[in-house]
Design a binder for this molecule. Structure first.
Ligand SMILES: [Zn+2]
Length: 289
């Protein structure tokens, strides 16, 4: 079922209009948000949110986190299945994240992907640093527009209005269906030799939660409750015949980032990354007020 733009959280769209979208851009030369790493006020700020803003806040954190989990899982697949990658791997695994979330074809997942897309524009707005044109990743706004282009390319009925509203020009929109199909078909083609026959998870991906710092406990509990790592793990474990056991781990890292470590066969989602997404949304609210 295709969602309509009515399902896209109106509150966040209004906030974006209020702060002005797309005026500047910045780099994150990794998945890192490069935000200050103090979350002392975070639990209080979350508690103080009115119920409608709190729901959207949690959808924003969940959507952005889920996108990063799929992105890192993409690095894991490239590494473990020794997949060919013909351009920037970072772009390829952003595509995997986008295509996977669109393939779920649920309103819930579309809203998560919407938040992940908006997240890149908000990171760009924060102007943490100078533009890095030599980075492994595209610039943040480009990453946002790539997701948006794939969304409208996959389902014009659902996302055309949104794409236009966010300033994607008509001539680009026309090419987005091809971009989407090429990305989806390419991932399907290169992973085809590794598909599993069974439709229950193979159990190759283990999940681990390390203890979170006190200030981030509320977000760590949320991550566990939403089972976001489990969702991606079960999906990949069901689709693919992974050669070795792999771990998806949530842990404190001292930085707001996420990694695939090929030697440890481990994806790490840092609790600080959730903290960074939380601050990003809360900053937007306080800019507006
Ligand atoms: Zn990456």
């Amino acid at each position: 079922m295709a969602p309509s733009i009515d399902l896209i959280p109106a509150l966040l769209l209004n906030l974006l209009a209020a702060v002005g979208l797309g005026l500047s851009s910045t780099p994150a030369d990794s998945e890192s948000l490069a935000a200050p790493l103090s979350y002392v006020d975070l639990p209080e700020k979350i508690k103080a949110l009115p119920p409608d803003e709190r729901d959207e806040f949690y959808d924003f954190v969940a959507g952005n986190t889920l996108f990063v989990i799929y992105h890192e899982a993409g690095h894991m697949l490239v590494s473990e299945l020794q997949l060919p990658v013909l351009a920037q791997e970072e772009d390829a695994v952003d595509n995997l994240a986008t295509v996977s979330m669109l393939a779920a074809d649920s309103d819930n997942m579309d809203i998560y992907l919407y938040h992940a897309m908006i997240g890149w524009f908000l990171i760009a707005e924060e102007e943490y640093d100078a533009l890095v044109f030599y980075g492994e990743h595209d610039l943040d706004q480009q990453r946002g527009y790539s997701i948006l282009c794939m969304m409208v390319g996959a389902d014009e009925d659902a996302f055309l209005e949104l794409a236009e509203e966010l300033g994607l020009p008509d001539d680009r929109i026309e090419s987005c269906a091809f971009d989407y199909e090429q990305a989806a078909d390419s991932w399907e083609f290169v992973t085809d030799p590794y598909l599993r026959d069974e439709d229950t998870p193979a159990g190759k991906i283990k999940i681990a939660y390390e203890q979170a710092p006190a200030d981030l406990k509320v977000l760590a509990d949320f991550l566990k409750e939403k089972q976001l790592m489990e969702l991606v793990a079960d999906e990949l474990d069901t689709f693919y015949d992974l050669p070795e056991e792999v771990t998806f781990k949530a842990a404190p890292c001292g930085m707001d980032n996420a990694f695939w470590d090929a030697s440890e066969r481990e994806v790490t989602i840092c609790y600080e990354l959730l903290g960074g997404f939380a601050e990003l949304y809360l900053d937007l609210l306080s800019d507006e007020n």
